[in-house]
Write a protein that binds this ligand. Structure first.
Ligand code: NDP
Ligand code: 8X3
Length: 254
């Protein structure tokens, strides 16, 4: 039985991916900060799909916590076949001269340092096993920069660079590294988090149909279901009505 570790499994893309892999009989290690949500999802997956699930509640920004929680994994739970570095967020939207330092720190610490902390612990286990697969959730914001996106875009450009760097360093050890770079994704809490819980501002998907978290989950599963000699390095994916970061046909949902 194969094992996947998903960061940020309490909502959105991470949660949809947990369901996708549970459907396919994987053993799951699910992480996030919200203990209740982790516990509920764990129960649901065990009941519905009869899979083994290990919930680990911690903040990816806290290296001590990352290390302690991951090192608590023993035996079969340490044999991680897939690491999905998904936990991430945007905080705020606006010009650089009005940016909030706290938001910048949160994005940099979560999207870049959190991904690095997770990888620093799990990659040596994969190196030792001479196999493994790491998928990072990047973004179109890591391919282009849009007005008001400054620091979030910078963190996702860093993810894009780190995906390449990880692949360079890890490919001699039988470890595949790839990323998905999605445009707007609905059925997530992304917009609500970006706009600090403001429900009105976070209604950004009402006049077009973006991709949704299940679409991304299916893509991740496709990437990791390829034969051993195939590594899908990068998938850039947007809804049909989105041409790039800021060009969206907002004439209505399809
Ligand atoms: P959600 O807000 O729905 O999910 C984000 C997940 O990350 C949650 O499970 C959250 O869990 C977790 N998370 C956030 N901060 C931390 C932290 N410090 N420690 C541990 N876990 C954390 O949004 P998405 O599903 O959309 O986001 C997933 C990834 O997809 C992110 O990296 C995002 O940048 C990326 N992305 C999203 C797009 C979109 O339009 N939605 C488009 C392109 C990329 P908890 O709060 O419980 O800790
Ligand atoms: C999320 C997509 O366009 O809001 O990464 O930056 S976008």
């Amino acid at each position: 039985m194969s094992t996947i570790l998903i960061t940020g499994a309490t909502s959105g893309i991470g949660k949809a991916t947990a369901i996708e892999y549970a459907k396919n009989g994987y053993r799951l290690i699910l992480t996030g900060r919200r203990e209740k949500k982790l516990a509920t999802l764990t129960k649901q997956l065990i009941t519905k799909y009869k899979v083994e699930v290990m919930p680990l509640c911690f903040d990816v920004r806290d290296y001590k916590a990352v290390k302690t929680k991951l090192n608590s994994l023993k035996g079969k739970w340490r044999k991680i076949d897939i690491l999905l570095n998904n936990a991430g967020l945007a905080k705020g939207f606006g010009p650089i001269h009005k940016g909030k330092l706290d938001d910048w720190e949160t994005m940099i610490d979560t999207n870049i340092k959190g991904l690095l902390y997770m990888t620093r612990i799990v990659a040596p286990w994969m190196v030792k096993a001479n196999k493994g697969h790491i998928i990072n959730i990047a973004s179109t914001a890591g391919k282009e920069v849009y007005p008001g996106g400054n620091v979030y875009c910078a963190t996702k450009h860093a993810v894009d660079a780190l995906t390449k760097a990880l692949r360079i360093d890890l490919h001699p050890y039988g470890i595949r590294v790839g990323q998905v770079a999605p445009g707007h994704v609905e059925a997530t809490e992304f917009a609500l988090v970006r706009y600090d819980g403001d429900k009105e501002k976070s209604k950004i998907y009402e006049d077009f149909t973006p991709i949704n978290s299940k679409d991304v989950a299916r893509i991740i599963y496709f990437m990791t279901s390829q034969p051993k000699h195939v590594n899908i390095q990068d998938i850039l994916v947007m809804g049909s009505q989105q041409a790039n970061c800021y060009l969206i046909d907002r004439k209505g949902r399809i």
